[in-house]
Design a protein around this ligand. Structure first.
Ligand SMILES: CC(C)(COP(=O)(O)OP(=O)(O)OC[C@H]1O[C@@H](n2cnc3c(N)ncnc32)[C@H](O)[C@@H]1OP(=O)(O)O)[C@@H](O)C(=O)NCCC(=O)NCCS
Length: 310
């Protein structure tokens, strides 16, 4: 696979050349150390950590002169190194085939130079360009290492959400690192059942290459069980996984979950406003053995559909 076409290389170089020559030299000087610090922080539960490490390196180098052009230039510099980082990560074809689109989108976003650089997009672009997170589908990206602490599992049980989570945690060997899925809000075309199936199936392929992974988890307000009545079109997000061996851990309400749940749905916004619904975040964890079994079944069904249609 050609990771970067000449046109993509030219696009990233053009982003880089928006900062003065001496600033480019400084970026080159600290990019490797900043990449190492970002990678070291990536297994933390906080998705934003690598972006913070990159931000710290930029602030140290440029101080008050730091601009979004510098941030974009650093992301472009790391994107230009993806042809080395992607093979080193030993990723399955299910991921590799998504890269051309994801890298093109990154190039387009950096080229468009929308100021200010949204914090969430910055965190995502740092992770993608450093291959700390990888494409899972058109909309979903997958972090390559994320923890599930025993604390929240015990709290789930203690607070009355059910004790079965404890044997589920043990059976999954959930103290091992997990993959974690995130939604890329700049490209929502795959936020549907087929897109999510693709993301979970991609995770299964990554797990096959990485026996140390416990499986993949997601954490969101959109796994909240009452949504089955309030927003039935989102119920597949949770039910399809539970049917095939996933388990859930309660995380609880929070300002960010309320905000996100209310963003696009007048129905949820009205219920929240009236005090009739409190958005809660949940983890859905799909342990590796069950995930791979489901994904292999899906693949076999897709192959027999194709054979029948031929
Ligand atoms: C996550 C998200 C992309 C899901 O969007 P979605 O698939 O359109 O689903 P929603 O339930 O949010 O739908 C919002 C509105 O779009 C319309 N809609 C969505 N799907 C529809 C369909 N199939 N047919 C008709 N209308 C539809 C409805 O008007 C719905 O509002 P309603 O609940 O009042 O009926 C969206 O909620 C979002 O962008 N949230 C903020 C960011 C976020 O939470 N990201 C995830 C972080 S964990």
């Amino acid at each position: 696979m050609e990771t970067l076409s000449p046109a993509l290389i030219a696009a990233f170089e053009a982003v880089l050349s928006k900062v003065p020559l001496e600033d480019r030299a400084r970026l080159h000087a600290f990019k490797d150390a900043a990449a190492a610090a970002a990678a070291a922080s990536a297994p933390h539960w906080d998705f934003d950590q690598p972006g913070h490490r990159a931000e710290e390196a930029l602030a140290e180098a440029f101080g008050p002169a730091l601009t979004d052009d510098h941030r974009r230039a650093l992301a472009a510099l790391w994107a230009l190194e993806m042809p080395a980082r992607i093979p080193a990560a030993d990723l399955p074809d299910a991921v590799l085939e998504l890269y051309p689109e994801w890298i093109q989108r990154l190039a387009d976003f950096l080229t468009a130079a929308a100021d200010p650089y949204d914090r969430d997009f910055w965190a995502k672009d740092v992770r993608i360009s450093l291959v700390l997170s990888v494409p899972g589908a058109r909309t979903q990206m997958i972090d390559l290492s994320s923890p599930m602490g025993p604390g929240q599992v015990l709290r789930h049980a203690r607070e009355g959400w059910g004790w079965s989570v404890i044997p589920a945690y043990a059976a999954a060997q959930a103290w091992k690192p997990w993959l974690e899925v995130h939604t890329e809000s700049r490209e929502l075309s795959d936020f549907n059942e087929a897109g999510w199936d693709r993301a979970w199936a991609t995770a299964a392929e990554i797990c096959k290459r990485r026996p140390e992974m416990a499986g993949m988890l997601g954490s969101s307000w959109f796994y909240d069980p009452p949504l089955e009545q309030i927003s039935p079109r989102l119920a597949y997000l949770r039910l399809n996984l539970l049917k095939h061996g996933a388990f859930m851990v309660h995380q609880g309400p929070g300002e960010i979950h309320t905000q996100r749940a209310a963003t696009s749905s007048p129905t949820r916004a009205a219920l929240i406003e009236a005090g009739d619904y409190t958005a809660r975040s949940w983890i859905v964890a799909f342990p590796r053995a069950a995930l791979i079994k489901w994904a292999d079944g899906r693949k076999a069904a897709m192959q027999s559909d194709t054979a029948r249609a031929a």
